[in-house]
Write a protein that binds this ligand. Structure first.
Ligand code: GUN
Ligand code: ZN
Length: 642
């Protein structure tokens, strides 16, 4: 069983429950070759803190001594490892050396007999150069074998490998078919050649196609990905597990892994590394070690680099900064930069998982930042929901944030002359009413724009002007005289944010006359919206967005056809949610498939009766697939009926 504890976009911190305890993800499983033991499993567990490892059941089965020990003592005792053990099946050996002498059924039975926690199907490694026909037939066989293995797995958890090479439709088909089988973990396979050849943009497409077909309640393992520089990007795309044989393989040829790439000891000009393996060494002393000690030292160094990065990735998820980390890491190699740029074609899918807001600010790290789903969402929603308050627009250049404070005086004068102030920002045009909405005010941009941003600003402003057909377009030139037109910019903001966040129909229902705004005495910002005597919305200072009150939900419910903005729960859960208790995934029956994490939702029963309002933690598809965990954090229940 797998549950999500925290998430940022498609990235997640999860907990995988196995026979040998819980494994927190994202996690990297070092590969242990039971014949070599470069770093012992005991060291991996106690010194490095790895709670899982992966080894090869095919190698164990082919070695008389290992096979007997594994079958008599069990794998955990043989390796002396108290954590989670996953085994691979021999597929990789067939990729490397041709045919393997074992059947799918035999290797599944063998993995069961040695007490592995997670055993792997004997999938077919589809090579990137294979034809579509070859790939199609290999996917068919992999699916048949997975179905067969799922029927034999018993207490063992099963890894069903998604193949399909670089054919996105075959990947997605393979993933979707496997999602219906009794499989527990899904490695994405056949990607080692892509990584060896630095074909990272194809890797991005492969991961995205696989993720689309898989069910969100199972962890996804990127088979053979063990370089630290790839972990942030792969986690960002929703990979939960990784494995690394390269830490040991590279060490055997004196290659050291660093976050910016792999370097040969012979080519390095200096060494300064504070990891526990290197500390006390300089280049000369490391080179002078005897072969075995040097190899072990470098293997340990490589593991520390990997572990460090994995922990940093986890922290970035918790702090909402994984995009920044991935963008930074992808600058370490031009092929990774291509992968980052490739995310552009997947914006729409990524947007579905993009939270409504985050705690921290968005940092612009380069022109690729503008391809983030937060940018895509803002621009699309603004263009779809915004209604100008005047036929005259005045365009302002990017300035300090929030713009309405930076340009307070100028905006007031522009309004007094009947102009609608709009800032031409790297997010696209920002009407003054929306300037405090996440991520507009919660972002830091360089003051020196790159050329792509300059041209994006020009194009998006032109599209804005074309769309809204203003009668007059003026450009702020630092000096405007005051006029005498009056406008209620607080009310304009209140309505514009509601349209942006909930859509025009809901906004209309929420803003029934007379409307009174309660302003914060400290900040002068909108706090509460009172419509027709009812407190319908509260605005959060941190992200400039609303929380929906029960009174507001009572208005929105009849204005939006079911299931929009709704999470529909089982009748058994209804009394708890009415009392204000959170909605758990297993009680979710259906709802709005367009919900994003952190969206405001109305929790209703099967008869569309309002039970509570709250914030979605997951997308609806995730709520429906997970058995454990919170779906909606409830803010207000309607109260228990007498
Ligand atoms: N190790 C690396 N890639 C693969 C793969 O595609 N399948 C299996 N079973 N193991 C792998
Ligand atoms: Zn080191």
């Amino acid at each position: 069983m797998f549950e999500i504890l925290r998430r940022d976009g498609m990235a997640r911190i999860g907990l995988l429950d196995t026979a040998s305890g819980k494994l927190e993800t994202p996690a990297l499983l070092p590969v242990i070759n039971p014949k070599l033991n470069t770093v012992t499993p005991q060291e991996l567990y106690h010194d490095f803190g790895f709670r899982g490892l992966i080894t090869n059941s095919y190698i164990i089965r082919n070695n008389e001594d290992l096979r007997q020990r594994a079958q008599s003592q069990g794998l955990h005792a043989m390796l002396d490892f108290p954590g989670v053990i996953m085994t691979d099946s021999g597929t990789f050996q067939s990729h490397m050396y041709g045919e393997v002498e074992v059947s799918n059924e035999e290797i599944i039975e063998f993995q069961k007999s040695i007490g592995t926690d997670i055993g792997t199907v004997l999938d077919i490694f589809a090579e990137p150069y294979w034809t579509r026909e070859q790939t199609e037939s290999s996917v068919h066989t992999t699916l048949e074998r997975t179905q067969k293995a799922a029927g034999m797995k018993g207490d063992m958890m099963l890894a069903g490998v998604v193949q399909g090479s670089v054919y996105s439709d075959l990947r997605e088909h393979c993933a979707r078919s496997m999602a219906t089988m009794a499989v527990d973990v899904h490695p994405i396979g056949g990607v080692v050649p892509l990584m060896e050849q630095y074909r990272y943009e194809e890797l991005v497409d492969v991961i995205m196609a696989s993720k689309k077909g898989l069910s969100p309640d199972r962890p996804v393992h990127l088979f053979g990905a063990g370089h630290p520089m790839l972990l942030a990007l792969a986690t960002l795309l929703g990979c939960d597990l990784f494995d690394s044989a390269s830490y040991a393989k590279f060490a055997r040829d004196d290659r050291m892994m660093f976050i910016d790439g792999t370097h040969r000891l012979a080519d390095m000009q200096s060494l300064y590394c504070q990891c526990p393996a290197c500390i006390g060494h300089d280049l000369a002393s490391l080179r002078a070690l005897d072969d075995r000690t040097r190899m072990v030292t470098i293997a340990k160094h490589n593991l520390y680099e990997i572990k460090n990065e994995m922990e940093l990735v986890k922290r970035a998820i918790l702090e909402g900064r994984l995009w920044e980390l991935a963008e930074t890491r992808c600058r370490s190699h031009p092929s990774l930069l291509s992968a980052l740029r490739r995310l552009r074609v997947h914006q729409e899918h990524l947007e579905h998982y993009e939270p409504l807001s985050r705690d921290g600010a968005i940092f612009y790290t380069g022109s690729e930042t503008r391809n983030r789903p937060a940018f895509y969402r803002y621009h699309r929603r603004m263009m779809e929901t915004y209604v100008p308050v005047s036929e005259k627009v005045m365009l302002f250049p990017e300035g300090g944030k929030p713009y309405s404070r930076h340009y307070a005086e100028a905006f007031a004068r522009a309004r007094s002359r009947g102009y609608q102030p709009v800032v031409a920002s790297p997010f696209g045009p920002v009407p003054a009413e929306l300037d405090e909405v996440y991520p507009l005010a919660q972002s830091l941009m360089p003051t020196q724009n790159d050329m792509e941003t300059e041209s994006f600003i020009q194009e998006s402003v032109q599209a804005f002007l074309d769309r809204f057909r203003f009668r007059e377009v003026a450009h702020f030139d630092g000096d405007i005289e005051a006029g005498d037109e009056r406008s209620d910019c607080d009310l304009q903001r209140a309505v514009a944010v509601a349209r942006y966040q909930f859509g025009p129909e809901a906004a209309e229902a929420l803003f029934r006359e007379p409307v009174e705004l309660v302003m914060s005495r400290n900040t002068g910002k909108i706090r509460n919206v009172i419509s027709d005597g009812e407190h319908v919305l509260s605005m959060r200072a941190a992200d400039g967005l609303y929380t929906l009150r029960v009174e507001g939900a009572r208005r929105v419910l009849p204005a939006l056809p079911s299931p929009r903005m709704r999470v529909i729960v089982h009748d058994d859960a209804a009394p708890y949610n009415m009392e204000g208790k959170n909605v758990f995934n297993r009680f979710v029956v259906s709802g709005d498939h367009g919900l994003h994490p952190m969206d405001e939702v109305m929790v209703v029963d099967g008869n569309d009766r309002l039970l509570a309002t709250g914030r979605a933690v997951l997308t609806l598809e995730e709520m429906l697939s997970f058995q454990k965990g919170i779906a909606v954090k409830i803010r207000d229940g309607v109260g228990r009926p007498e």
